[in-house]
Design a protein around this ligand. Structure first.
Ligand code: FAD
Ligand code: SF4
Length: 507
């Protein structure tokens, strides 16, 4: 009797633990496209194309290697639409002696997996996902008895554990972190490199047709799809980043520019999250670029910190705190998500531009997610669950384990400061400093109140006033609260009223 090897859509790595020790003569690999996964949020069209196309290419690669793959297509008339239903049908087809799978990236699926054994009557082995550098249990050990779970401490431990950018037991260059060098805006005349994209092949073309038909009403453009859908393409994408963009990744990490979605970013998150690349190999390649003298240390350290620091850390937090994590709402945020998050129809140029880039590419870079769409949601007090569902839907790289902590914790402070030491709240001056968005805006970033004022300016102060009880004790907010202390009661009230009136007019 065969072992059924069940591979999920974000487990597209030949090295994934569910495939370890596979017997090509006996075992069957099961892969299923199910409606439940394509519709638990209204995903961007390009995200659905990416996942389904990458799954189909991966299945083809396994077959070419001589493995038996049972692949269920979304439009198969017998498709039950759920993992559980498809597993039950596959058990009836293959009569396996056991099912082997790898732990999933989402709590929702993890819970369902716990029921599979009872539902199918076949023993289920769930193997750890060893593509991550920090096993879930190690993170729990790291977090135990710590008063502060700050990423920076975790990151240093990961540097020591992996040996990346270490010289003996000291960090290369004598510093753990070069962030101070990494906050420049794009100077006039600097042209970001043209990035390698991958025109759809026949198989991706078929998925594009399917998505165009079945998900016509979903957010996002299909034209211009160019994400890597195979490991070979992902490796080309990695090389493109290392050669063309990594040397300036650090300096311009926080910069934003109209019409330039990609700048010097790696564009690798989707490939990493699907399993087309591993965290270790991208860090090795980046470190090699530094040792060869191709890229400076501030760029390479900044990049490696995002991967072995932030990426591993948010996964650790997710599994440490779920399912309760998603339920907290520390600032009692209660406004519905404004419609312009989907339409882009707003006079605030920064938001219109980020939504436009998101619609075109299912991508916008970190600072745009954090300091434009995230900052607005924080200042406006958007319900965490609604803004989280938006992020989970619109980005090609969005999976719950990474999207949720970034949005819930980092962007909207709904966890009350578990992840971030202070809310990432900012007025228009920050956006103006880091981008060229304000030049083309209907509002004036220098004006603080009144009809022509940049809304981020008064929303910022109204946010601090509204949340004074929760935030005033935060030492990192001491300066703005000192400023507020000098305001008259009347000025405070006027600021809150202006913000409320603006927000009430939004839709
Ligand atoms: C509100 C919000 C939501 C986010 N949602 C997601 C998401 O759903 N999926 C996702 O992969 N990332 C998410 N991020 C993190 C980050 O914005 C993206 O990983 C990054 O923009 C992807 O583009 P890139 O590959 O060009 O990244 P680069 O800027 O080139 O960074 C290099 C790599 O580091 C990793 N990385 C960087 N920052 C983070 C981070 N904060 N958390 C985890 N990994 C990180 C990614 O793997 C990324 O590919 C979110 C950030 C915010 C503020
Ligand atoms: S003026 Fe304000 S709303 Fe307009 S682009 Fe600048 S920050 Fe955004």
């Amino acid at each position: 009797m065969p072992t059924l090897r069940f591979i999920l859509g974000d487990q597209l790595s030949r090295s994934v633990s569910a495939l370890a020790g596979i017997d090509p003569a006996r075992d069957v690999v099961l892969m299923v496209e199910v409606a439940e996964e394509t519709s638990y949020v209204p995903h961007h069209k390009q995200k659905i194309v990416l996942v389904l196309s990458a799954m189909r290419h991966f299945a083809a690669e396994l077959r070419a290697e001589g493995l038996r793959v049972d692949y269920v297509h979304l439009e198969d008339p017998a498709n039950t639409g759920s993992f559980g239903g498809e597993l039950a049908r596959a058990v009836a087809r293959h009569r396996p002696e056991r099912i082997v799978t790898t732990e999933p990236g989402e709590w929702r699926v993890w819970e369902a997996m716990g029921r599979w054994e009872a539902e199918t009557g076949v023993p289920v082995t769930i193997r750890p996902d060893d593509r991550f550098l920090c096993p879930r249990a190690d993170f729990v050990r790291w977090a135990a008895d710590r008063r502060s779970l700050r990423m920076e401490f975790f990151y240093r431990e990961m540097r020591r554990r992996t040996g990346f950018l270490m010289e003996g037991d000291r960090p290369a260059g004598g510093q753990w972190n070069f962030d101070a060098d990494n906050r420049k805006a794009i100077p006039r005349g600097l042209q970001p490199p043209v990035r390698r994209r991958f025109p759809p092949d026949l198989s991706t073309g078929e998925v594009i047709d399917l998505v165009g038909r079945r998900f016509a009403g979903n957010f996002g453009d299909l034209e211009g799809f160019g994400w890597p859908v195979t490991r070979d393409q992902a490796l080309v994408s990695l090389e493109d980043f290392i050669v063309e963009a990594l040397p300036r990744f650090g300096e311009y990490q926080d910069a934003m520019k109209s019409g330039e979605a990609f700048l010097f970013h790696s564009l690798l998150a989707a490939a990493l999250n699907l399993g087309l690349l591993t965290a270790r190999e991208v860090c090795l390649r980046a470190e090699e670029a530094w040792r060869d003298g191709h890229a400076p240390l501030n760029a390479v350290e900044g990049f490696i910190r995002q991967i072995i620091g932030w990426r591993e850390y948010v996964r650790g937090i997710y599994w440490l705190r779920m399912p309760g994590y998603a339920q907290t709402n520390a600032l009692s945020a209660d406004r519905p998500l404004p419609r312009f998050y989907w339409s882009g129809n707003t006079a605030m140029n920064c938001l219109a531009e980020v939504v436009r880039q998101t619609r075109m590419h299912a991508y916008s870079h970190h600072i745009q997610r954090l300091m434009v769409t995230g900052n607005f949601a924080l200042l406006a007090g958007i319900r965490p669950a609604e803004i989280e569902a938006w992020y989970l839907a619109v980005y090609a790289d969005a999976f719950d384990w990474v999207e949720l902590p970034n949005t819930h914790g980092m962007a909207v402070f709904a966890d009350g400061g578990l992840l971030a030491s202070k809310p990432y709240a900012a007025g228009g001056a920050y956006i103006d400093r880091m981008s060229d968005f304000c030049g083309g805006c209907a509002y004036d970033v220098k004006v603080k109140t009144g009809p022509s004022a940049c809304p981020f300016n008064y929303l910022y102060w109204a946010f601090l006033i509204r949340n004074e009880a929760e935030l005033k004790g935060n030492v990192r907010l001491a300066m703005p609260y000192r400023t507020l202390a000098a305001w008259s009661e009347e000025r405070r009230r006027a600021s809150v009223e202006e913000a409320e009136a603006f927000l009430d007019r939004l839709d």
